[in-house]
Write a protein that binds this ligand. Structure first.
Ligand code: AMP
Length: 184
């Protein structure tokens, strides 16, 4: 994407703040490293503004953030748009009883959990993560939301990897917003 303005008036080019690390964590994967982006408060605010616009347009009432890098973007979004944020976490991290979903990754297999008592029932939920690749992670988060009676109204990502089926997998009733499209 080109330069855009955030609410503070700053000009942000997100793509310039994303490093690509070839063959990490295994050969053939171009890892998109967001370290420079997270080091930029202006970029974080810009992302919160843009994903927040999509969340409100989708009538979101709460956010579900995906561990770990999704947390970095969901926090500012939650504050900016006054939306409660709940955490979908990797196994063994949450202290209370959970519901869980298994899923496949671009580079392996994984599981997501959320506290069983998370108040999502009847709520419109906006799911947030850093990268949309194959869509397996976001779909697992959506399945957790649905297990608890929530309705996924939208998904927000900073980066979408093109050439992978993520967007097709997620599109349905929910809107899918990404801020930068990069090759897988
Ligand atoms: P997926 O389930 O295939 O859509 O993968 C999305 C999840 O895996 C996100 O939580 C990302 O943090 C991570 N991920 C997948 N591919 C990449 C990549 N090329 N660079 C950085 N993170 C990635």
């Amino acid at each position: 994407m080109g330069r855009s303005r955030c609410n503070s008036g700053a000009s942000v080019n997100l793509a310039e703040l994303i490093d690509t690390v070839p063959d990490f964590p295994k050969k053939g994967i171009n890892f998109r490293d967001i370290t420079p982006l997270v080091a930029s408060p202006v970029a974080l605010q810009f992302i919160a503004d843009k994903l927040g616009e999509s969340a409100l347009a989708a009538k979101a009432e709460v956010i579900v953030a995906i561990e770990a890098r999704g947390f970095l973007f969901a926090g500012p979004l939650s504050v900016t748009k006054n939306l409660p944020c709940y955490l979908a976490r990797k196994p063994g991290k949450l202290p209370k009883p959970t519901v869980s979903e298994s899923y496949g990754l671009e580079y392996g297999a994984a599981e997501l959990h959320i506290h069983r008592d998370t108040p999502l029932s009847g709520k419109n939920v906006f799911v947030v993560d850093d990268v949309l690749a194959t869509g397996g992670t976001a779909l697992a988060a959506a399945a957790l939301v649905e297990q608890l009676g929530g309705i996924v109204c939208g998904y927000g990502f900073v980066i979408e990897l093109s050439g992978l089926p993520g967007r097709q997998k997620l599109q349905g009733q929910a809107t899918v917003r990404s801020l930068v499209k990069l090759d897988a």
